[in-house]
Design a binder for this molecule. Structure first.
Ligand code: KG4
Ligand code: ZN
Length: 315
C-alpha cells in the first residue's frame, strides 16, 4: 500500500443517516480530488498504474455508478485493465494489505471471517483469496445498524456506533439485560433488538425523564456487550463445525473495542489465531478494494467496459 485516501461525508450527520442522493453527489465532487491525492501521496505518476479496481457492489446504486463510471474512463484513458471488486470481499481481504516496507502475519486458508458493517453481518468461510462462502447472514438489519439506530434513540449523532463504543468504555456492561433474537443456524436478526431497545428506553423514561442522561455509559456498555455476545453465539459454533484455526473480523463494526477485546479473549481461551484489522482498514477504505483488485489482477480476472454496478451483489 502506497497511499489510502478517504473522503468523509459529514453532510449526512444532520439527517441522522446516509441520504442516498446526497451521497452520490458528494462522491461526484470528491472522486477526482481523492484519486489525485492518492496518486500524489503514493509518489508515483499515473502512467505507472497497472490496473484500476473499483467497487461494483453491494452498496447504494447512485454512489456505485459514480465509481464505476469514473473507473471505466480512467482505465480506458490509461489503457490498463479494469477490475470489478465486491465490497464485502474487500472488507475480508483487508487482512492482506501490506504497507510499504512492513511484513505482517496474515490468516491461513481456510479461515472464518465475521464481517460486520453498516449494511451486512455475515459469517464467511474464506477458502482462498477469491473463493468465499457465506455460511450465514442477517435476515434484516446489520450489526452496524443495530448500533446506529440505538444511538439515534439516545440522541447521538450519525454514525452512532463509534459513540456507543466511546461511552461503553466508562460503563458497566452488567447494568441492563436484553434478550437474544431467536434465529436458526448462523442466521442473525437485529431488527427486533432495535425495537427491544426503543421499548427499554421508553419504559425507563416514563419512570425517570433523565434516565438516558444519568445512565448513558451503562446503557451503552450493556447494549454493546449484548450485541457482541449475540455475534459470538453464532460465531463459536461455526468455527467448531468447520474446525478452522484462524478467525478474523472485518467491516466497520470490527473497529468496536468490545468486539476486538472479546475476540482476543475467546481466541486465547479456545486456541484460535485471531486477526483484528488495523482501525484504518475496518471502516470503508480504498486499500481493501486495491488489494482485492491485486489478487484479481494476478488471475487476469478483468471486467470490460460493459460492466454495470449491482446494489445487491453477492459474494
Ligand atoms: O464498513 P463500513 O465503514 O460501511 C459499510 O460498508 O456499511 O461500516 C460502517 C458501520 C456503521 O454502522 C458504524 O456505526 C459502524 O460501522 N462502526 C462502529 C464502530 N466504528 C464504526 N460500530 C461500533 N463501534 C465502532 N467503534
Ligand atoms: Zn463497508
Amino acid at each position: 500500500m502506497l497511499s489510502n485516501v478517504t473522503a468523509g461525508q459529514a453532510v449526512h450527520e444532520k439527517y441522522g443517516g446516509v441520504v442516498p442522493e446526497l451521497a452520490s453527489r458528494a462522491h461526484q465532487q470528491n472522486i477526482i480530488p481523492v484519486v489525485d491525492a492518492a496518486i500524489k501521496e503514493a509518489g508515483i505518476s499515473k502512467n505507472e498504474i497497472d490496473a484500476v479496481a473499483f467497487t461494483r457492489g453491494p452498496g447504494l446504486l447512485g454512489s456505485l455508478l459514480v465509481g464505476t463510471s469514473f473507473a471505466k474512463s480512467f482505465a480506458m484513458g490509461l489503457g490498463v485493465p479494469l477490475i470489478d471488486v465486491n465490497h464485502m470481499q474487500g472488507h475480508i481481504l483487508a487482512h492482506f494489505i501490506k504497507k510499504k516496507g512492513e511484513t505482517s502475519v496474515v490468516p491461513t486458508f481456510p479461515f472464518i471471517c465475521l464481517t460486520v458493517s453498516g449494511g451486512h453481518t455475515q459469517i464467511v468461510l474464506v477458502k482462498d483469496y477469491l473463493k468465499m462462502e457465506v455460511m450465514g447472514e442477517t435476515m434484516d438489519d446489520a450489526a452496524g445498524e443495530a448500533f446506529d439506530k440505538a444511538a439515534k434513540v439516545l440522541g447521538l449523532p450519525y454514525p452512532g456506533g463509534p459513540l456507543i463504543d466511546k461511552y461503553a468504555k466508562q460503563g458497566n456492561a452488567e447494568a441492563f439485560k436484553f434478550s437474544y433474537p431467536k434465529t436458526d443456524g448462523y442466521t442473525f436478526s437485529f431488527s427486533g433488538l432495535k425495537t427491544q431497545f426503543m421499548n427499554f428506553i421508553r419504559n425507563n423514561e416514563q419512570k425517570d425523564p433523565y434516565f438516558v442522561k444519568n445512565n448513558l455509559e451503562d446503557i451503552c456498555a450493556s447494549y454493546q456487550a449484548h450485541i457482541v455476545s449475540y455475534l459470538f453465539k453464532k460465531l463459536v459454533p461455526a468455527i467448531e463445525e468447520y474446525g478452522v484455526a484462524d478467525v478474523a473480523i472485518a467491516g466497520g463494526v470490527s473497529a468496536n473495542s468490545g468486539l476486538r477485546t472479546r475476540l482476543a479473549e475467546e481466541g486465547a481461551k479456545r486456541n484460535w489465531n485471531v486477526f483484528i484489522p488495523e482501525f484504518q482498514f475496518c471502516t470503508d477504505n480504498a486499500a481493501m478494494i486495491a488489494v482485492t483488485g491485486y489478487y484479481k489482477l494476478l488471475n487476469k480476472d478483468f471486467a470490460d467496459q460493459s460492466i454495470t454496478p449491482m446494489a445487491r451483489l453477492k459474494i
